[in-house]
Design a protein around this ligand. Structure first.
Ligand code: KG4
Ligand code: ZN
Length: 337
């Protein structure tokens, strides 16, 4: 059978990415990060779309070059339809539409969060692929969900956050302890040399398999504020222990629900996906599930945070399913799974 070659394009937030996959193997996966947001403590939507505009052509060009293919070898273009920042999505969507029209090949509309999950189906010698059904904890800057993944096109949400996402909890608490955006990776780094039991922050008690993270943020804010009143250098003197304690609180909160989900569904094949799955404490906690007889799947680092390889693998399955998009589809800032 003729191999399937998909060009993936991702522009939902602050990374411009393009990837070429052939039969789910990554030939290239180029990511341009945007440092312009750092000094603002969060992603500035208008600056993100401007940066996507200047990055998209060189990023796609580099992805094609590195893959060593010519444009006429591409079977379809998959791009992120949503969810994400409207202005940012518009850039990838307009580019993908223009190129598909120019090359006269099908367009495929990818769902950013499904793509994070389907990153597990990328064929790569350094990662194993789960069998269906599997449970997936999807944790990013905008989402926190527990899913039963029944097939590459069937997802059931069994739990989700009622307020902030786990990544947001990392980023907002990082800001409280003086770390720049995005603070999640920095908390991870400082936590390596910190005591996770030094500070106690309140943990949410939410029924079912749902999550809540806004209380943790408030608890960290009040606790830090009280300490700073007594000792103005408190944050600088305790950044490692604060990071480790915050990280433990967030990871424990996530893992409690993962344990409940395993018990309730009886599914013992567990995956994590999304930017926060790059967190070392979460990766360790998931790996520890093997002791309880679970099979665990952790994506390679480059497929955890936003990337177009995951968009292209999602596109691969939609291509097989003959689910094609059209030129009149508008990007969706909100887009249910
Ligand atoms: O999936 P992603 O790249 O973008 C969204 O779709 O949101 O996730 C970004 C989130 C940010 O909140 C970032 O702080 C968090 O993932 N993140 C981490 C780590 N690496 C990325 N959080 C904790 N520890 C990390 N190592
Ligand atoms: Zn993402």
């Amino acid at each position: 059978m003729k191999p399937i070659t998909i060009l993936g394009i991702e522009s939902s937030c602050d990374d411009t990415s393009a990837a070429v996959l052939r039969d789910r193997c990554v030939l290239s996966n180029i990511i341009a990060n945007q440092s312009v947001h750092e000094k603002y403590g969060g992603v500035v939507p208008e600056l993100a779309s401007r940066a996507h505009q200047s990055n998209i052509v060189p990023v796609v060009d580099q992805a094609i070059q590195q893959a060593g293919i010519s444009l006429n070898e591409i079977d379809a273009i998959a791009y992120t339809l949503g969810p994400g920042l409207m202005g940012a999505l518009m850039v990838g969507s307009s580019f993908a539409k223009g190129l598909s029209l120019g090359l006269n090949i099908p367009l495929i509309e990818a769902h950013h969060m499904k793509a994070h999950v389907l990153a597990h189906l990328i064929l790569d010698k350094d990662q194993e692929n789960p069998e269906f059904p599997f449970l997936c904890l999807t944790v990013s800057g905008g989402h926190t969900q527990l899913l039963i993944v029944k097939s590459p096109t069937e997802f059931e949400i069994i739990g989700q956050t009622r307020d902030d996402a786990a990544g947001e909890a990392f980023d907002k608490t990082a800001k409280i302890i003086g770390l720049p955006y995005p603070g999640g990776p920095l908390i991870d780094k400082y936590a390596l040399k910190g005591d996770p039991n030094k500070f106690k922050f309140s943990k949410p008690s939410i029924p079912d398999l749902d999550f809540s993270f806004s209380g943790i943020k408030t608890s960290v804010l009040y606790s830090v504020r009280n300490h700073v009143k007594e000792n103005p250098s408190f944050i600088d003197e305790n950044r490692h222990d604060l990071s480790a304690s915050i990280q433990k609180t967030i990871v424990d909160t996530l893992m409690n629900k993962v344990h409940d989900a395993i018990e309730q569904t009886g599914i013992k094949s567990i995956a994590i996906a999304g930017g926060v799955s790059a967190n070392s404490a979460l990766r360790k906690a998931i790996l520890d599930l093997r002791i309880a007889g679970c099979e665990v799947f952790i994506p390679k680092f480059e497929y955890c945070t936003d990337n177009a390889a995951m968009i292209a693998v999602h596109g691969h399955y939609l291509y097989l399913d003959k689910t094609f998009g059209n030129l009149s589809s508008a990007p969706k800032a909100r887009y249910a799974i």
